[in-house]
Design a protein around this ligand. Structure first.
Ligand SMILES: NC(=O)c1ccc[n+]([C@@H]2O[C@H](COP(=O)([O-])OP(=O)(O)OC[C@H]3O[C@@H](n4cnc5c(N)ncnc54)[C@H](O)[C@@H]3O)[C@@H](O)[C@H]2O)c1
Ligand SMILES: O=C(O)C(=O)C[C@@H](O)[C@H](O)[C@H](O)COP(=O)(O)O
Ligand SMILES: [Zn+2]
Length: 362
């Protein structure tokens, strides 16, 4: 990826922090590495060059880094892996002065953030997202956690990082399917809050799906999506209400991920989840046919799935949807659109509508 100017997006809160996206972002890690500070670098497999560079920046600043490589993707987000990190933190004598750094995609930043949230009831974290989805969504906003056998992210904590650092060069080497998966969360930000994102992607979906094709476009999409997330989480960190809009498409998406035993990429599931909930909102009389169609068109244009075909899995999906964190008691609550960038909630929709929307995405 050719060099583009660094963008810094401030995330408000107590304390606030910055998301730095640009060449040389890693050097800023030195600001968090005082002499003698222990640092646990939680690393995704395959990120070896970046992990080595991370250790060098920390050590050059006098800190004492140790590396814990964890399994790839969702296999990292388990209680067993978390326990192994707690063991390491204990064995290395980590105190409240010390630091956890996450290097990898959203799975690792969720895990590393939760290890930081729980160790000694909370130590600092700095997140270095290496995936598109990680930088636009997972590393920003302080949601940390792991999965359980019953569902996605069912155990976690709100624990904002001290900084999020991403060099776009890290994203350039991503497998195409993983990069495209991240575009689902970018497009989500477009649907719920910033339609310019949709316009930019629709104008050149081929370039949008390739971080090396138009680096300026890639950074513009990242910056816009991060701004949407930053504004929302600054106003409602703990998801009392507004933050729920970031969960657009996720009620169905998380159910698909569970039923598929996490073989589906999160972003792919979110893409189908947005089509599902758009179908639902259309049937509930909230969303017009044109905006429903726009979901399918723009998602498909970048290569994201818009259907979840196969045998009838409705009963398992519906049971998983009941455990969605937006549910209250037995009442299902879904984020829906009643227009472009006009999110609202659909509460306890008729079961026949829920099923009909499923049939529409099969
Ligand atoms: N905390 C939040 O607010 C939040 C928001 C969105 C998603 N998430 C979570 O994030 C996870 C999804 O994140 P993801 O899409 O990054 O998945 P991931 O972390 O599983 O990474 C996907 C794949 O990309 C690979 N990869 C990552 N960076 C790479 C690079 N630079 N080069 C080559 N390969 C690379 C990984 O090794 C992995 O195989 C899910 O667990 C989801 O629940 C959390
Ligand atoms: O930050 C949020 O809030 C989100 O909902 C962002 C989602 O993209 C992300 O997948 C999040 O992890 C889902 O949270 P959950 O509370 O439904 O597990
Ligand atoms: Zn998500």
């Amino acid at each position: 990826m050719t060099e583009v100017a660094t963008r810094t997006i401030e995330v408000g809160g107590e304390p606030g922090y910055a998301v730095h996206v640009g060449p040389g972002a890693l050097e800023r890690l030195g600001e968090h590495a005082r002499p003698g500070r222990r640092v646990l670098v939680v690393a995704q497999p395959g990120r070896d060059a970046l992990v080595t560079a991370t250790v060098t920046v920390l050590a050059d600043a006098g800190a004492v880094p140790v590396v814990a490589e964890v399994p790839d993707a969702e296999a990292a987000k388990t209680a067993q892996v978390l326990v192994s990190l707690w063991a390491r933190l204990g064995q290395e004598g980590f105190t409240r002065d010390d630091l956890v750094v996450g290097v990898g995609g959203g799975a690792v930043t969720d895990l590393a953030g939760f290890a930081a949230a729980t160790w000694l009831r909370g130590v600092d974290s700095v997140l270095l997202p290496t995936s598109l989805l990680g930088v636009v969504d997972a590393a920003v906003g302080g949601k940390t956690g792991i999965n359980t056998a019953e569902g996605k992210n069912l155990v976690g904590a709100f624990h904002p990082p001290r900084a999020v650092l991403c060099d776009p060069a890290w994203l350039a080497g991503m497998p195409r399917a993983d990069y495209v998966s991240g575009l689902a969360e970018v497009l989500k930000a477009g649907f719920i809050a910033d339609p310019v994102i949709l316009d930019l992607v629709e104008a050149d979906p081929v370039a949008a799906a390739d971080p090396t094709a138009d680096p300026a476009l890639a950074v513009e999409l990242v910056t816009r999506a991060v701004r949407v997330k930053a504004d929302v989480v600054a106003a409602d960190l703990r998801e009392a209400s507004l933050r729920e809009i970031l969960n657009y498409g996720h009620t169905f998406a998380h159910a698909v991920e569970l039923v598929e035993d996490y073989r589906w990429r999160h972003g792919d599931a979110v893409a189908v989840g947005m089509v599902y909930v758009a179908e639902l909102a259309h049937r509930a009389g909230l969303l017009d046919a044109a905006l429903l169609g726009r979901h399918r068109t723009v998602l498909a244009a970048v290569g994201l799935p818009t259907a979840y075909p196969g045998p009838d899995r409705w009963h398992r999906l519906r049971a998983a949807m009941a455990r969605d964190k937006k549910s209250r008691g037995s009442t299902l609550r879904l984020v829906v659109l009643e227009g472009l960038a006009r999110p609202t909630r659909l509460v306890a929709p008729d079961e026949s509508l829920l099923r009909a929307a499923y049939d529409a995405v099969r």
